[in-house]
Write a protein of this length. Structure first.
Length: 61
């Protein structure tokens, strides 16, 4: 006989189905924004520390 889900399980499933993808979207948007800011900042005069950070982020993404 199948076990009926409780209210806590229903809330957890809702969070995984709705809140999870929304959170992933915002994390992806933040990462994209940060990489664009770093590339924009490194497009001017190159500072050695900024160049190193930009290269590190470019190698990750």
């Amino acid at each position: 006989m199948p076990k009926k889900r409780g209210q806590d399980e229903e809330i957890l499933l809702f969070a995984m189905k709705v809140v999870g993808p929304v959170a992933v979207f915002f994390v992806a948007a933040a990462v994209t924004d940060i990489t664009h800011v770093v590339r924009w900042a490194s497009s001017g005069p190159i500072d050695s520390a900024l160049y190193a950070v930009s290269g590190l982020i470019d190698s990750i993404f």
